[in-house]
Design a protein around this ligand. Sequence first.
Ligand SMILES: [Mn+2]
Length: 294
Amino acid sequence: MTDLVAPGRFLGMTATEATADWIYFGAPMDFTASFLPGSRFGPPRIREASYGLETYSPVLERDLTELAVADIGDLEFSFGDTSGALDRISRTAREILERGQRFLAVGGEHLITLPLVRSVIQRYPDVVVVHWDAHADLRDTYLGDPYSHATVLRRVSEIIRPGNLYQFGIRSATREETEYARAHSHWYLEAVREPLMRVLPELKGRPLYVTIDLDVIDPGAFPGTGTPEPGGIPAAEAFASLRLLSGMNVVGMDLVEAMPLQDISQRTALLAAKMVRDALLNIAPRRGGEGDGG
Ligand SMILES: [Mn+2]
């Protein structure tokens, strides 16, 4: 088993950058956090926690080591330079997509989704964005700022094609965000699995970008996050919902807002790591292209 332990690399991600179908990287930016900061420590802690998991899932009957996934590490940012960081994230995603690969990025704060989606649109102009979150993130501005973790899905909704935003698990929003959502988004309150299952037939075959704010999960199971919101889906529903993505055309994905330092029990990092593992087990093809996930 020692050959699986590659320091600085996520568990079981043994492919090289050149040969991988999926690229995993960290975007540890938390410059616009409005309440608790610390998601910049997400990527390294999640990678470390991944070694508490098995590479194999008996539920999914797949093994991470059989997939062509490469962990290329974490991006470096100049602290506080939000626009520089967003450019760097966007450029990284674009280079991956131009090579014909797909990516799973880990935050960091939710604002990283904007440059990631910008890059995806260049290759997949009709991309559908599937968003799981406790919060709508549809504010036009937040404390005067149009670029924030609280406005990110509003900005995304303005650059993708009308009708291509699907939001699940939402349990916190302003009245204005709710009205905007009714006009511009397919949105489903509180639950993820059941409504996602209902809309999947209409999303089948279309290019999907999946953005998961991990605070969609009950804070009891996922306490280390910047704006915890009471209520939320059980962790088991999150994993069951990931299974629904198997066989869908997911072209890019992010998992954001994990703040392991807020959680002395370390369950936050471990849950985030298992979400990464299971997301890839469901959506990434097996090595050699004989996969059933893509
Ligand atoms: Mn959120």
